[in-house]
Design a binder for this molecule. Structure first.
Ligand code: GRG
Length: 342
């Protein structure tokens, strides 16, 4: 497997969340190391050196490891008789990375985590099979976690794939576009954050009630996180993103900032409507103009306040959890998401 990116080795999320309790930060960092070992072990199980390299490509290239950290934090809400959440963490990252391989094929993305995407390096056929390999590996790990974990993982994978399909299809005639957007992002993004928390809590031996609260927190956090990603797609440069900017516009996908800008009654909104009526913006000049119109409208503020609303809902759930030091990490995740678009 290639050299692991510094972002992963340095546990960037643990540092970014500025966890006050040194002991908790240390435990989580140690467990994240164990997750990396587990992921490497999984990749090493490939029967062929090329398969191992290809499926390890995006795992090594970087990523924040948000889902693994959420699973580990959720395990902290157990009754003390459970396990550390490392297996749940590895499962959630395998599924996440599988979805990135597929996503890059669908978007014809050339770059991911600042390195050539698998499809750019080896073609679509290899990239799709890498995604399938990783998803299957996750299923094998989950099979050893018991039937309830299998049921939860199947449900989340189902939502992931269907969310992506719904995004591709766009809203049905007459369907509310905003409702469609929220359905898509709940399914394609929030479902996996929620799963990570749920199976992490299960592995840690948390009560059914705690699991439900953590899963609901994950749904809100996941929706807010995807909104922040959609805002960054408009506001950040391709260099900062580590992938192409304005991806949604190029594909004709109306993300929340776009939907908000389209509703703007001022001349900006009218010009944007005219531009987007012509279909996906494959022309770079038209895309630049659309990005400028969206940035100048009230859309960014509207999108940010909807994101904040979901973070407030996530935070209110945290108050219902058993009082553990890990609570501050869940609060930290909310601050992190809010700060991404400041
Ligand atoms: C094969 C599991 C599978 C799914 C196929 C392609 C697809 C269906 C789903 C894609 C869903 C997708 C890419 C949603 C976006 C989720 C998202 C916000 C990704 C970025 O997450 P970060 O920022 O990623 O946590 P890093 O780069 O940090 O790992």
């Amino acid at each position: 497997m290639p050299v692991i990116a510094a972002e992963v080795r340095g546990h960037s999320m643990v540092s970014r969340l500025a966890i006050d309790e040194a002991e908790l930060a240390e435990v989580l960092s140690r467990r994240l190391d164990a997750v990396e070992d587990r992921l490497r072990e999984c990749i090493g199980e490939a029967q062929d050196a090329f398969v191992s390299e290809a499926v390890g490509h995006l795992i090594a290239a970087g990523g924040k490891r948000m889902r693994p950290l959420l699973a580990l934090v959720a395990a902290e809400f157990g009754d003390g008789s459970g396990r550390d959440g490392v297996e749940a963490a590895a499962v959630s990252e395998l599924i996440h990375v599988a979805s990135l391989y597929h996503d890059d094929v669908m978007d014809n993305a050339r770059v991911r985590h600042g390195v050539p995407s698998a499809n750019a390096k080896w073609g679509n056929a290899v990239a799709v099979r890498c995604g399938n390999w990783l998803l299957s590996k996750a299923a094998r790990l989950v099979a050893d976690m018991g039937p309830e974990a299998v049921r939860l993982q199947a449900h989340a994978s189902d939502r992931l794939v269907e969310g992506q399909m719904l995004e591709l299809l766009g809203p049905a005639p007459g369907e509310d576009r905003l409702a469609h957007y929220f359905k898509v992002i709940s399914d394609k993004s929030a479902s996996l954050l929620s799963l990570a928390l749920r199976i992490g809590a299960m592995e840690g031996g948390a009560s059914a009630e705690t699991m439900e609260i953590l899963a609901a927190y994950g749904e809100h956090l996941g929706v807010a996180f995807q909104i922040s990603d959609d805002i960054l797609d408009i506001t950040s440069s391709s260099e900062t993103l580590g992938k192409e900017q304005g991806k949604d516009l190029a594909e004709g996908v109306a993300s929340l900032p776009v939907l908000m800008a389209l509703a703007d009654e001022r001349p900006h909104g009218r010009e944007l409507r005219e531009l987007l009526e012509s279909g996906p913006l494959s022309d770079a000049m038209a895309r630049r103009r659309a990005l400028e119109l969206i940035r100048r409208s009230t859309a960014m503020d509207d999108a940010r306040s909807m994101m904040q609303g979901r973070l407030t809902q996530a935070l209110s759930l945290v108050g219902d959890l058993p009082d553990r030091p890990a609570i501050q990490v869940l609060e930290g995740f909310c601050s992190f998401v809010a700060s991404r678009t400041e």
